[in-house]
Design a protein around this ligand. Structure first.
Ligand code: HPA
Length: 276
């Protein structure tokens, strides 16, 4: 067990969260203040790399969504910040240690499809790891999972169907598509975007894939949602910027958080198990 897991469980008095949520760029308001049990800064969690990017707060918060104990990572670290890919595995293994049975990952992404504009939400059905990095490279963490793990249900289908059902119920349009990870930190070139379209991508971003690989490795099922903040490079005349990402993520924030909270309320965590 990681030291951070011990710190968390000591503080939570052994409350073990059912669900974990990772908030992507620009998403900041997950819990209502009154539903928070405690918050702990990543500074006090030795296995959590410190995020250095604006829009990523860097704290782990335990609270309630309906009856479910939910832990939320307010902010994440990225490979482009210079963190070793293996270090990005640690927070996810901490989530495993403290008992999470489902991981909900969010991110901001560029759209590869003119018909999926800024402000859209997209349930990720699969990914293409175009980053050149993989946090599972290195000696295998045998206590957490196998050397060669299966990724054929990397974005758990049963939970995703449930998410689509919940979206329909609350009248939230939800696209479904393939997320391509690019390392960043620059935005992609128009030629790279053309290439990603040809190989079957629907959205592109600089995160999520490391966490999803590690969660699958240790048997935590994953649901992931992109907030589309822009059309990808070369698809319209405006220049891309992190400012635009944060502004458009903020505009879609209430939609994605409302969807996630309804989903957490509705799911039965015994519906399905991890794929390992
Ligand atoms: N590319 C990569 N990452 C992103 C983008 C993009 O267009 N938009 C938001 N995050």
């Amino acid at each position: 067990m990681f030291d951070s897991s011990k710190v968390f469980l000591e503080k939570s008095k052994n409350i073990t969260p059912d669900v974990a949520v990772i908030l992507g760029s620009g998403l900041t308001n997950f819990f209502d203040e009154s539903n928070i049990t405690f918050a702990i800064s990543y500074e006090h969690l030795p296995d959590f790399p410190q995020p250095t990017v604006t829009g990523h707060a860097g704290k782990l918060v335990l609270g309630k969504i309906g009856t479910k104990n939910t832990v939320c990572m307010y902010g994440r670290s990225h490979i482009y910040e210079g963190h070793e890919p293996q270090h990005l595995a640690k927070p996810i293994r901490v989530l495993k240690d403290i008992g999470c049975k489902l991981l909900i990952v969010t991110n901001a992404a560029g759209s590869l499809d003119q018909n999926m504009p800024a402000g859209s939400l997209m349930a990720i059905s699969d990914h293409i790891n175009w980053s050149g990095f993989n946090p599972l490279i290195g000696s295998n963490a045998d206590d957490y999972g196998p050397r060669f793990n299966d990724m054929s249900d990397g974005y758990n289908k049963e939970y995703r169907l449930k998410l689509l059902e919940v979206a329909k119920k609350i009248n939230q349009k939800l696209y479904e598509g393939i997320y391509c990870m690019y390392s960043g930190p620059n935005f992609e070139t128009p030629a790279e975007i053309q290439a990603l379209k040809v190989i079957g991508g629907n959205a592109v971003g600089m995160s999520t894939v490391p966490e999803v690989l590690v969660a699958n490795h240790c048997g935590i099922p994953v649901v992931a949602i992109s907030v589309i903040t822009n059309l990808a490079a070369g698809m319209n005349k405006t220049k891309l910027s992190h400012k635009e990402t944060l502004e458009n993520a903020a505009l879609a924030e209430s939609n994605i958080l409302n969807l996630i909270k309804n989903f957490i309320n509705d799911i039965n965590l015994d519906d399905t198990s991890g794929n390992n």
